[in-house]
Write a protein that binds this ligand. Structure first.
Ligand SMILES: *[C@@H]1O[C@H](CO)[C@@H](O)[C@H](O)[C@H]1NC(C)=O
Length: 286
């Protein structure tokens, strides 16, 4: 019986062991947009056989694919190419298998490809006993103009009823999200952030207000300000659809009608009172 238990245990170990002995693998998003003057955060992860390797011996390096000796990121800044000095840092923690790279003040020739390499420093001597493992690369697609925000709004706006517009804009720098501002800055404004897919993010702002009659034909703008200060704007005119016009003019019509009814009623009232007084006087002096 004891033997059988042991056998089961062995089988169990055999099934589970691949989980513990992971391969050396680096995974970098293959392509990502980058806004010139702004920043970009390149998602990157890797796996390695954890069982007998302390993460303190790991060294994450980013380099150009050609030549691979040109370093874009290294913990020792003196080894980094002058062009990238002070502009790159690891956002991820190597101990958590995260090699996400941030590049700031993006220049239009920073397209890469950039490759991540994980090294294992066996000793403290920097030049000896260093093992290089698989690598993976990313190509940046340079954007000279920032993406324009997208506005989503209901088809109808009614005077006196709550109205909600959302403004969203895409970006690729999760460490410095763009800010969204509205022309109606006094209204309620709720912001949210989400990752659409690897490295591509969307910031959203929701504006809620109650339109008044005076807001008809008002231009409402949403401005996105990106890290590095580039901006883009989306605009729309409130009540610009036919339905709005009908609705607003119907509203105005009632108003105008009231403006006629009230003086008319007052006029009729005065006439009646005047008539009554006249009849009364006539009867009294007859
Ligand atoms: C890697 O690190 C970045 C920056 O801290 C973080 O945003 C991202 O979620 C991390 N990725 C994973 C897979 O944990």
């Amino acid at each position: 019986h004891d033997n059988e238990n042991k056998k089961e245990h062995v089988i169990h170990m055999a099934i589970c062991s691949p989980v513990f002995t992971e391969d050396w693998k680096a995974k970098v998003v293959p392509e990502l947009d980058a806004l010139v003057t702004s920043c970009v955060a390149i998602p990157c992860s890797f796996t390695y056989p954890k069982d007998n390797l302390p993460s303190s011996k790991l060294r994450g390096i980013w380099h150009l694919s050609d030549p691979p000796t040109s370093l874009v990121y290294h913990e020792d800044q003196t080894r980094v190419l002058d062009n990238f000095k002070g502009r790159t840092r690891l956002l991820g923690t190597l101990g958590q298998n995260n090699c996400t790279l941030e590049m700031t003040e993006v220049k239009d020739h920073d397209s890469g490809p950039f490759c991540f390499r994980i090294e294992l420093a066996k000793t403290n001597e920097p030049t000896r006993d260093k093992f290089s493992f698989v690598e993976d690369c990313v190509t940046l697609k340079m954007l000279h103009e920032p993406p324009t925000p997208t506005l989503t709004k209901p088809d109808t706006a009614t005077v006196g009823r709550s109205y909600t517009v959302t403004c969203s804009v895409k970006h690729t720098c999760s460490s410095h999200q763009p800010t969204l501002t509205w022309s109606r800055s006094t209204d309620v404004d709720v912001k949210s952030y989400r990752e659409i897919h690897s490295g591509n993010w969307e910031v959203q702002s929701t504006l809620t207000f109650t339109p008044e009659e005076k807001d008809d034909h008002e231009d409402i703008t949403c401005t996105a300000t990106f890290n590095g200060m580039k901006t883009s704007t989306a605009k729309f005119t409130l009540f610009s659809f036919l339905y709005y016009r009908i609705h607003t003019s119907a509203y105005r019509c009632t108003q105008n009608f009231n403006h006629i009814i009230i003086p008319t009623a007052v006029g009729i009232g005065i006439t009646v009172i005047f008539g009554v007084v006249c009849i009364f006087m006539l009867k009294k002096y007859k």
